[in-house]
Design a protein around this ligand. Sequence first.
Ligand SMILES: [Zn+2]
Length: 120
Amino acid sequence: MNKIDRDGSHAYIRLQEIFDEVKEGCRDRIDIFGTVKFKIAYKKIDGKEYRVAKIKGNTITIKHTAVTILPKSALKYIIAHELAHVLVKDHNERFWDIVRMIYPKYNMGKRVLERYRDRI
Ligand SMILES: [Zn+2]
């Protein structure tokens, strides 16, 4: 945790809880990813307006607004999406197979995220 404030620590707790649920839903297969850390971004990620999250090494960076306003399903989708990028860079068929393996209901979370897009 780089930045701890009242709001920020809530965001980390929320992400950790949601990640634990993703792991639960995925059974023990997620162990292939090892330890995952979270970082909260308070500004644009890589200067890109539309970027909600990214993964670098074992760290998933997620926008603070996303963590605070998105329903759980969308955050689970974001986590699954970023984890899948560890194995596949492009959004190809294999990529989506992995996302599905991590979070079987990812389509629902993806649709929810799209509804909130312009507020993140
Ligand atoms: Zn992606």
